[in-house]
Design a protein around this ligand. Structure first.
Ligand code: SF4
Length: 697
């Protein structure tokens, strides 16, 4: 409750999380005094997770960046002195103009951003227009979801539409496949628990005994990166035993016969058991249950995409709901993301037409290669980082940092707090937090459009991304009408397709959150009508041939896998996974005292067998290493993984880590089979006792 001196402002959690919670900020005398969940919101239901519950501390952090800064020490040391906004903007504009006019041209300038905020305006609107108009290199933002997105779209079609999360309580069988839903999608998990109260079973498929696996009725742990083989084994049993939905297959799919022939021929349970490490009885039982217990909800997530064959793995798994007709039932089918359900006018916001034809596109996972001059096109001479912390999150960290140390690289970082990346900047710009700017949000975990209203004035001299791009555009002499105010941008964003019809800025001001124009419950494919070229779920996909891919689902092993790369595994025998630590969101909050205290030291969870054979005990400091680099972590023996697998929950900031490096010193810039995705979990390492330990140093 707010008292007479207080007002309540409706806001939205900005973090890269599918739940996109509705929040309320209580404001008194211009200060935010309380941040809480919106009790009335149908998905948030009055609960914020522990990450956001202390966001006011983040806004008021004593070390927050509050003024523009310029570097006065060597790169990497984080030594700066304050300057005024005019000097900062003049310096950036002059340097960009100089690079653009040089022989290298404007493509030597590289923007680098991801979803430090998920808001449509502050994540992808005037930034895109500015860099397109400048003619800078374009960034392919592929670090998280692009591999699975590509695989899903080949199969289910454009927009990645999927099952309705709000209908989960009515389901009978729930599969979390590569998804730590209880931690990374907590509001969906509460709906799953509601379903269980009404008799549903929850099954989790994950090499890691995550919090979700621990709380499930059944945990199945395949070897990392073998999910597609498991799905193909399930299909074998379903077809062999006649459990498929022939009517749905005939009406709503293309390619059922060649897929059936392949799985019956090539994916017998014994063979699948040898690949996955999952025994044949489990494969048989899961297949029968999946084919017969309806409605069944399949939550696919990001872990299984982070291997070389990640795109094909998602494609293969999302064939399953069509084979058993799961899409017919309320809540039935698969959910990868709801983001494609929003018909925002994205091209009107971002104006890709402003970019010169043939502009180079740089995959963000290849930052180490780009900074080393190993990509086609001009060398990167200027880097502008916002909404992202590449020094901590980009793969092949040692080479990323070598690149950021280059004397001839001009680096701008627009940030709220002094991250690892800030330490390498020439110019640092202070960024607003979610409480200090206007934005509009879709979600990738539900179907509501939401308005984030600014609750307080920007602290210090902080400015939003869009404010900075407007100011830079003016200095570069770009057309003012390309850089309008934020309210105009919201109206443009909402002027999209049918799912947004009737949703206006005025209504959002009144209601704060409005469900898309979908029926409830939403059954996107109960009668087929998939948004593919054939109009059907493409079990066989002609378009994949043109892309050099197998048109049928198949198993593509990881590049770094003991079964298929025994030479590498002889030196580095452990498959290392690095899922999110529950206290951080990617690297957000990894520099905050409270969250660091709660998270504790970096850990590497491993099996008793692997630890004992290396002379390691619970709590010992270990060095985790491969040819790319190394980091230090405390051994945790808690039974969460089997032999040959380890987990380093992440992402710690290197400057707060012993040895000044994190897990991404071992990850590689290799890309997935489709979508240009990252392969963070396709990572063989060796683990040995640390010498010296951080305590010795
Ligand atoms: S991080 Fe996710 S669960 Fe936590 S408050 Fe934000 S949207 Fe909600």
């Amino acid at each position: 409750m707010a008292n007479a001196r207080q007002s309540v402002v409706k806001a939205v959690c900005p973090l890269d999380c599918p739940d996109t919670c509705a929040m309320e900020v209580v404001v008194e005398a211009g200060e935010a005094v309380e941040l809480r969940a919106d009790r009335e919101h149908p998905f948030t239901r009055g609960v914020l997770c522990g990450k956001m519950a202390s966001y006011l501390d983040h806004v008021q952090r004593p070390d927050r960046v509050l003024r523009p800064l310029k570097r006065v020490g060597p790169k990497g040391t984080g030594r700066f002195e304050p300057i005024g906004w005019d000097e900062a903007l003049d310096t950036i504009a002059a340097r960009f103009a100089q690079v653009a006019a040089s022989g290298d041209g404007p493509q030597a300038i590289l923007p680098y951003s991801y979803y430090g905020t998920m808001g449509k305006l502050q994540a992808s609107s005037l930034d895109r227009r500015f860099f397109h108009r400048l003619g800078a290199s374009m960034l392919d933002r592929t670090i998280c979801a692009s591999a699975g997105g590509a695989g899903y779209e080949y199969t289910v079609g454009r927009g990645r539409l999927g099952a309705d999360p709000m209908a989960v309580p009515g389901c009978r069988l729930i599969l979390n496949w590569g998804s730590n839903t209880a931690v990374t999608n907590a509001h969906l998990w509460s709906l799953m628990v509601e379903a269980r109260r009404q008799g549903a079973s929850i099954v989790t498929i994950d090499p890691y005994r995550s919090q979700t696996a621990l709380r499930s009725d059944w945990h199945i742990a395949p070897r990392p990166g073998t999910d597609a083989a498991l799905a193909l084994g399930l299909m074998h049993v379903i077809w062999r035993d006649g459990l498929q939905d022939d009517d749905y297959l005939v009406r709503a799919t293309v390619g059922a016969e060649p897929l059936r022939d392949r799985v019956l021929d090539e994916y017998r349970p014994e063979h699948v058991a040898a690949i996955t490490g999952v025994n044949t009885a489990t494969i048989e039982t899961l297949a029968r249950r999946y084919a017969t217990e309806h409605p069944s909800f399949l939550r696919l997530n990001y872990g299984l995409q982070r291997h070389y064959g990640g795109g094909m793995a998602v494609r293969t798994i999302v064939c399953l709901p069509a084979i058993v007709g799961a899409w017919r039932h309320p809540g039935g089918g698969a959910l990868l993301s709801t983001s494609g359900a929003y018909d925002f006018a994205t091209d009107r916001l971002t104006r890709p037409d402003l970019a010169p034809t043939g502009t180079r596109v740089v995959n963000m996972n290849s930052l180490a290669d780009a900074l080393a001059g190993e990509l086609p096109g001009p060398p990167v001479k200027a880097l502008y980082v916002y909404n992202c912390n590449p020094a901590a999150v980009a793969p092949d960290q040692k080479r990323v940092l070598e690149g950021l140390m280059r004397d001839d690289l001009f680096t701008v970082v627009h940030e709220q707090v002094p991250t690892d990346t800030v330490d390498y900047a020439d110019i640092v710009l202070p960024a607003t937090t979610q409480l200090e700017h206007l934005d509009i949000h879709g979600s990738y975990g539900h179907h509501f459009v939401m308005l984030n209203n600014p609750a307080i004035a920007p602290r210090g001299e902080a400015r939003s991304n869009n404010d900075v791009f407007r100011a830079l555009a003016a200095r570069m002499g770009f057309e003012a009408d390309l850089f309008p105010d934020d309210e105009s941008l919201i109206r443009q964003a909402l002027d999209g397709g049918p799912s947004l019809a009737g949703i206006t800025l005025e209504r959002l001001r009144e209601e704060a959150s409005i469900r898309l124009n979908f029926p409830s419950p939403y059954l996107p494919f109960a009668d087929g009508h998939f948004p593919t070229p054939s109009g059907k779920c493409e079990l066989y996909c002609e378009r994949m041939i043109a892309a050099g891919l197998d048109p049928l689902p198949t198993y593509i092993p990881p590049r770094e896998d003991p079964q298929t790369n025994p030479g590498l595994a002889a030196r580095y025998p452990i498959q290392l996974l690095s899922p999110p630590r529950s206290n951080f969101l990617n690297s957000t909050f990894a520099g905050t005292d409270l969250h660091r205290r709660r998270a504790g030291d970096p850990t590497v969870e491993m099996s008793d067998h692997d630890a004992e054979s290396r002379g390691l005990r619970d709590g010992d400091w270990a060095e985790v290493a491969n040819d790319r680099g190394k980091f230090l972590a405390r051994v945790a023996l808690n039974g969460s993984v089997g032999p040959g697998v380890a987990v380093a929950a992440s992402i710690y900031w290197s400057k707060h880590s012993p040895g000044a490096s994190n897990v991404n010193s071992t990850t590689s810039t290799a890309l997935t089979d489709m979508g240009g995705g990252a392969t963070f979990f396709d990572n063989l390492v060796e683990i040995r006792p640390a010498d010296p330990t951080p305590e010795d140093a």
